[in-house]
Design a protein around this ligand. Structure first.
Ligand code: GRF
Length: 199
């Protein structure tokens, strides 16, 4: 059974959606550890109250390489084989990416390659798009860039604000992140160039 290491920096609602489907037996995996780079991340408390191993590993003041070495060590200590980024607000070093080849996933709140980076929902709203959404993708050395596992679209209604749009996107994030994990752990797949192919 796959052992997941969840990295987060904040509220952790994607993590909680995944944890619910893991404990319902719908995702055949075990959450081995939840790590936050911010000690006050609410996601850490959520992990603790679910009885999961929760580790605070503050990144403040540390350079990327030395912090990532600590992260790798903590994940390896817990025998993690998949790294699940769930609102983890730091760029990963090349060394980190190499430590978990094709085993790091991220969720991004836009239809990539549109609107990478911070505040993607606001970027899309301000741009005036009629359709936005979210993307689950493998993580490579470029920001919000690796091969796409799943996407969901969210239409922008005339009455939407950036906040209501973000909330609708979040609902879809929770759905497709869990669903991506379920499929990756239960179906044969391969990465063919930029394409994730379920066979
Ligand atoms: C989500 O919008 C996710 O797409 C982005 O960061 C946010 C994290 O939210 N990467 P949560 O901590 O999972 O609630």
């Amino acid at each position: 059974m796959s052992r997941l290491g969840v990295l987060l920096s904040g509220r952790g609602s994607n993590f909680q959606a995944i944890a619910a489907r893991v404990s319902a037996g719908e995702i055949p995996a075990e959450i081995a550890v939840v790590i936050a780079n911010r000690p006050d991340a609410p996601g850490l408390d959520a992990a603790r109250s679910l009885g999961l191993k929760a580790v605070s590993l503050p990144s403040k003041g540390l350079d990327r390489e030395s912090y990532d070495r600590q992260l790798i060590a903590t994940l390896k200590e817990h025998n993690v084989d998949w790294v699940i980024l769930a609102g983890y607000m730091r760029i990963l070093s090349a060394e980190f990416i190499r430590a978990f080849p094709q085993r790091i996933l991220n969720i991004h709140p836009s239809l990539l390659p549109s609107f990478p980076g911070l505040d993607a929902q606001h970027q899309a709203f301000d741009y005036g798009v009629k359709i936005s959404g979210c993307t689950v993708h493998f993580v490579d050395e470029h920001l919000d860039h690796g091969p796409i596992v799943m996407q969901a679209q969210v239409p922008v209604d005339p009455s939407d604000t950036a906040e209501t749009l973000s909330a609708k996107i979040l609902t879809q994030e929770h759905r497709i992140y869990s669903e991506s994990l379920r499929r990756l752990f239960t179906e044969p797949w391969q990465i063919d160039g930029r394409r994730v192919v379920f066979i």
